[in-house]
Design a binder for this molecule. Structure first.
Ligand code: PEP
Ligand code: MG
Length: 748
């Protein structure tokens, strides 16, 4: 076989492109291509295997093997040499293929007479599409140059597959990619089901010209684009408001952007005939394949960095910015690798669902999704590479399952499920005017959590008796500058008006941890969840706290006002914050402004320390609200955002419930009103247990009020309490199994 020169490669790519431009069915094109490649590489065989589904490769075209085996021969991922190339996404080059580990002989193809084998993956940016193979009778190792040339050809095939060049025809040709139904199994971030159309947070860049005529022009283009990229990364790095993590990521970007090897490899790809864009993607795919084999989490993170950088470079080259001009479809379902709470809020209620590749249940983005009552599925791996803007999508937040481009049968049964949920919701609506009175006569107050103006209409629909937690930071997060006092006062006044005299507990700004205001200098902290956040920021920088308190007092205009301070860890923090509020109230009065007739001042109990505070704290607080999301993470030392550890500890763990009982007792001793406003209050079984422990007020997302009320009305809390006591006496770790068993015995 002749050694391949750069110009041979370019010639082959051009022949490929011309052949693809000819009219014809997908299968005809595949056949022509295998012929061309075998001819140009000087091998007897060239075959193309493409994925039929996630695990199955199918021989789709061949020159040299038995034609009758086309669309018949199939291999599983990892099976035989072809399956191994696909799985590892790296080439296999064997002079004596039958003696290679994992070789699987496929008699129907007639390949037994061929000794040497070279297979390279057909892949596009981490998306495995198939395998390209050449074989010949002489036992010889292919040269590095030949391997490289075949990889370049595979890259063009990948782009062509993506563009649908092999689709259509007699049914045996391959279906276009991104056209088939795909199911993703993620985890629940927020319950609920929805149907809509895909909207990509970061749209894919479409490369339409994988083959270039003039390498010199392409080399100029890539150099210029890399130059621009370097400048933009340097600009980003010189921004003042960077925290340690952002800096680290950008440093990694800079390292990649300035790496000579990266540019050199792309230039070599171009010299072989690829366009600048295809060269970027080829290197992106190769780096992905390499890094995916690396078990080290830090290095795998760098994979994202390199991906981001390659995407930026592609955007520079193609001029396709994040804003591609595409119009958001109706009923948009947002697809992203991950998203912060501020970005999610920007989309707001127009979203019908959110599907993330990463994310976590305890994150504030998930809380925002909950506040917006949007079904959220997290950990839907690879969905950003599979979904295209406008694709039909079904999101099942209850099971964590997502159907992309579903077939009719799936869509029909899914719609049935949505209809059933609507029916259940109707049943809950009928409970709206009734109290959450349990069989024993205890009435639990059910309030709702809110944070956006748009949440307020739910107060009527859900039957909530008020707002138990108004997360004021959401209003700060959606702006790109610090809101002014008067602006906030107007907004808070509208919230109170919408509540129509029902109480609203305004929680002062809870920023820090994962809630980073875009206009505040981020802190470089080793552990932000336990860092400078919430009331700690408010007390150290009282200007913002006082401004917010003034806004609340002005908004109340003489009406009753309820304020609570987040993340209080000790008595003195509460007394200082409370003093600020009382001073502001007196100042308002001195200015002649009306002040609230009743001012209720409470604290959120989110750190275990506060449960052990001096009695004076419980006496002084007008009410205490348990922030279970934070309290649980600190009780179990399990990061609420880390899925791996978060799930490990059950809220119905006996130790945690015993701890809650202690808080109930301390509040009872001081006759302090106690509520629970973390996410668990919205889960019916948890809510029932909290009520049985004596927590008289529960605050939850509006959609949970119906299900929680329905269960509370069916049970006798004394019996629930007895089940908990028995479980504790029996030394069980969690009361959940016993509680589920007991619930199953209740009449329908
Ligand atoms: C909590 O921690 O339970 C809580 C309600 O506050 P957030 O989730 O906003 O931190
Ligand atoms: Mg909290």
């Amino acid at each position: 076989m002749p050694e391949r020169s750069e110009s041979d490669s370019r010639k082959l790519l051009r022949r490929l492109r011309d052949s693809l431009a000819l009219p014809g069915k997908g299968q005809d094109r595949l056949d022509r291509i295998t012929h061309l490649i075998a001819d140009s590489m000087g091998t007897e065989v060239c075959s193309i295997y493409l994925f039929r589904d996630e695990d199955t490769l199918e021989l789709c075209a061949t020159e040299g093997l038995n034609k009758a085996s086309v669309h018949k021969t199939r291999l599983r991922l990892g099976e035989g040499l072809v399956g191994r190339v696909a799985r590892s996404a790296t080439p296999i080059n064997a002079a004596d293929a039958p003696s290679e580990k994992g070789f699987r002989f496929m008699p129907e193809t007639g390949e037994e007479i061929y000794s040497s084998f070279l297979g390279v993956p057909i892949q596009r940016v981490g998306e495995k599409l198939g395998v390209l193979v050449v074989q010949s009778k002489i036992a010889r190792q292919f040269s590095d140059d030949e391997v490289y040339a075949l990889e370049v050809v595979a890259m063009v095939l990948a782009e062509m597959t993506e563009l649908g060049a092999f689709a259509g025809g007699d049914g045996d040709g391959m279906a276009t990619l991104h056209k088939q139904p795909v199911m993703f199994r993620g985890s629940t971030g927020q319950e609920g089901a929805s149907e809509g159309r895909v909207w990509l947070h970061e749209p894919r860049v479409v490369v339409t010209n994988p083959v270039a005529d003039d390498p010199l022009t392409e080399i100029d283009r890539i150099r210029e684009a890399v130059g621009q990229l370097r400048v933009s990364v340097d600009d980003l790095l010189s921004a003042e408001s960077l925290d340690k993590d952002q800096k680290q990521v950008l440093e990694a970007y800079r390292m990649f952007a300035n790496s000579r090897g990266w540019l050199k490899r792309m230039e070599e790809d171009i010299a072989r005939g690829l366009s600048a864009e295809a060269a970027v993607e080829k290197e992106q795919s190769a780096a992905r394949a390499r890094l995916e084999q690396v078990p080290d989490a830090y290095l795998r993170d760098r994979l994202h960095d390199l991906d981001d950088l390659s995407n930026r470079l592609l955007r520079i080259l193609t001029g396709q910015g994040a804003d591609t001009g595409a119009e958001m479809p109706e009923n948009p379902v947002l697809i992203a690798r991950n998203i912060g709470p501020a970005e999610l809020l920007e989309y707001g209620r127009k979203l019908k669902g959110v599907v993330l590749e990463e994310g976590s249940v305890g994150s504030h983005a998930a809380i925002v999704a909950r506040a917006l009552t949007i079904p959220l599925v997290i950990h839907a791996e690879r969905i950003t590479s599979e979904a295209l803007n406008g694709d039909h999508i079904l999101v099942d937040g209850d099971t964590g399952i997502v159907h992309l481009r579903p077939d009719d049968a799936v869509a029909r049964s899914f719609r049935d499920k949505i209809a059933m949920q609507a029916k259940a919701q109707e049943r809950y609506t009928s409970l709206r005017g009734l109290p959450a009175q349990s069989k024993c006569g205890t009435v639990t107050r059910l309030l709702m959590n809110a944070g956006l103006m748009a949440d307020l209409p739910s107060i009527e629909g859900s039957g909530a008796e008020g707002v138990g937690l108004f997360r004021t930071e959401l209003q700060f997060l959606i702006r790109n500058q610090m809101p002014k006092r008067d602006e906030l006062a107007k907004l808070y006044a509208r919230v109170m008006e919408a509540a129509k005299g029902r109480p609203v507990a305004f929680r002062t700004l809870d920023i820090g941890s994962d809630k980073v205001l875009p206009y505040m200098k981020p802190q470089d902290e080793p552990n932000p969840a336990m860092g400078w956040r919430a009331i700690r920021v408010g007390l150290d920088k009282p200007g913002v706290l006082r401004m917010q308190l003034q806004a609340l007092l002005r908004a109340s205009a003489g009406r009753d006002l309820t304020v609570m301070f987040p993340f209080v860890s000790e008595l003195s923090e509460f007394t200082t914050a409370r003093d600020h509020l009382l001073r502001e109230r007196d100042r308002e009065a001195a200015l002649g402004h009306p002040v609230p007739e009743t001012l209720r001042i409470g604290a959120m109990l989110e750190t275990p320390s506060l449960a052990f505070a001096p009695k004076q704290f419980f006496d002084l607080a007008d009410f205490i609200s348990i922030g279970g999301n934070d309290l649980k993470q600190f009780f179990f030392a399990a990061d609420r955002e880390n899925e791996r550890v978060r799930r490990r500890y059950d809220t119905l763990n006996v130790s945690f419930l015993t701890f809650l009982s202690k808080i109930v007792a301390r509040c009872a001793e001081s006759e302090t009103q106690l509520s629970f406003c973390g996410e668990d209050a919205g889960r019916p079984i948890e809510a029932m247990c909290f009520a049985a422990l004596g927590i008289g007020t529960l605050s939850m997302r509006p959609a949970s009020i119906g299900p929680v009320k329905s269960l509370l009305r069916q049970v006798d809390l004394r019996e629930v309490r007895a089940v908990m006591d028995d479980a504790r006496a029996a030394g069980l770790e969690s009361v959940r199994p016993a509680m589920m068993g007991w619930l199953a015995t209740l009449p329908e």
